[in-house]
Design a protein around this ligand. Structure first.
Ligand SMILES: CC(C)(COP(=O)(O)OP(=O)(O)OC[C@H]1O[C@@H](n2cnc3c(N)ncnc32)[C@H](O)[C@@H]1OP(=O)(O)O)[C@@H](O)C(=O)NCCC(=O)NCCS
Length: 171
């Protein structure tokens, strides 16, 4: 269990599956996550398994399961990974839970796993997500435009770097 200010991150348990499946088939969530264009987590876990991935459940301190956050494509040589997050319960959006969860996840990634950087891909139009990531120290690295049958989407690549030894020493 990894603790933040308002959330706890913990491994997935069998009892979480129905809720995760409900979110997997939530079209509004999938549209925000870009499961057609950015990353299909179900597909990813089917092909890659959990060898280079880690899923943690996000729950409130009160014990309500509100989402999950994943590190996928963990590459040990360059020590980087991609992060994907979803708060499945809409009533918990915009209340700081995502920021807290991402900060805890970054702590795990940098201090426990020893990664040097964590990147993510997000639709430029997903302003709440972009803002949340910026607050957690992610910086924009680039943008690509993907042409789809129903128009264009702009995808922003963002990256957070592990704190330097000096920064850690300075607290
Ligand atoms: C993206 C997500 C993880 C963010 O978590 P969250 O708990 O909702 O976000 P937070 O409350 O921590 O931070 C959101 C920030 O964006 C701001 N914000 C909220 N709605 C906004 C909007 N429509 N436009 C611009 N900023 C917005 C908030 O004010 C807050 O910033 P502030 O603290 O400076 O005021 C969560 O909303 C989510 O899972 N959404 C659905 C799935 C999704 O989009 N996943 C990301 C895929 S890349």
């Amino acid at each position: 269990m990894y603790e933040g200010e308002s959330v706890v991150l913990r491994p997935v348990l069998a009892m979480d599956e129905p809720l995760l499946q409900e979110w997997d088939s939530d079209t509004e969530l999938n549209a925000l996550m870009g499961t057609d264009v950015l990353v299909d987590l179900q597909d990813h876990y089917l092909t890659d398994g959990t060898r280079n991935s880690m899923r943690l459940i996000i729950q409130t301190k009160g014990g309500t399961v509100i989402g999950n956050v994943d590190l996928i494509r963990i590459h040990w040589r360059p020590r980087e990974a991609e992060m994907v997050i979803r708060i499945g319960r809409r009533e918990y959006w915009g209340k700081g839970y995502g920021t807290d969860a991402v900060n805890v996840l970054l702590r795990v990634a940098f201090s426990l796993l020893g990664l040097k950087s964590v990147y993510l891909r997000v639709y430029r139009s997903n302003a709440r997500a972009v803002r949340c990531y910026e607050k957690c120290g992610f910086r924009k690295e680039g943008m690509i435009t993907r042409r789809l049958p129903h128009g264009e989407v702009q995808i922003v690549l963002m990256r957070a770097l592990a704190p330097t030894a000096e920064a850690v020493a300075a607290g």
